[in-house]
Design a protein around this ligand. Sequence first.
Ligand SMILES: Cc1cc2nc3c(=O)[nH]c(=O)nc-3n(C[C@H](O)[C@H](O)[C@H](O)COP(=O)(O)OP(=O)(O)OC[C@H]3O[C@@H](n4cnc5c(N)ncnc54)[C@H](O)[C@@H]3O)c2cc1C
Length: 202
Amino acid sequence: MISRFAKSFVAIVVALLLLSTVTFLHPPSRSYIDPWSGEQSLHSGKAHANPPIHGTDGGVIMSKLGNATAKAELGRATWKLLHTMTLRYPEKPTPDEREALSSYFYLFSRLYPCGECAAEFQMLLKKHPPQTASRLSASLWLCALHNIVNERLHKLEFDCAHLDETYDCGCGDEPVGAKSPTPDPMDLGRDGDEVGMMRGGK
Ligand SMILES: Cc1cc2nc3c(=O)[nH]c(=O)nc-3n(C[C@H](O)[C@H](O)[C@H](O)COP(=O)(O)OP(=O)(O)OC[C@H]3O[C@@H](n4cnc5c(N)ncnc54)[C@H](O)[C@@H]3O)c2cc1C
């Protein structure tokens, strides 16, 4: 004779088995609010394929920026954004994240509001394509690129060993180059974790 306790136990186990089977076969739908349109839709939980990125390889879109003061202000603000972005980039990005960063820079090189700066930047990208393998390689690559622009504009070279303190966002991230040796970040064959600290920007 099965006790009442054993019957209840068996019933609970069967119920749990049924529940987990149903959950497995039908992953829960989430309601999703589009931040731009405010529309609500159901999201199945399945990943969507990335749309192809168009427009990354065309020419410069904007015209010449005549006002020197505006050009300098725009430049300072933009460098701040770009350096902060590469310094907040993941240590171990996914292939999708790497593609996003690379595409961002190619689109940026078309759309930067100073047309003549954008044209120069496009030439730089041809010679030194975006390094996206890690936070370290991306931030050192950008620092080196900025130094090439500095040199052309007869500005002082920036010591890329000081990236973290200059662009400290209070995020508590590990300093760039904390553990790595110092290979040349412009060595494009080395788009990998082994890209290390660059001193003096060259
Ligand atoms: C993509 C791009 C292309 C440009 N091309 C031109 C151009 O062709 N002609 C033109 O006249 N202007 C150009 N500019 C603007 C120019 O680079 C400067 O931003 C502007 O002249 C103001 O210079 P700045 O001396 O205030 O310092 P910025 O060069 O704007 O730098 C701002 C701050 O960033 C830090 N910094 C300097 N070098 C580095 C580095 N290598 N890595 C990290 N941080 C650094 C320093 O703290 C510096 O004070 C360009 C800007 C951008 C973003």
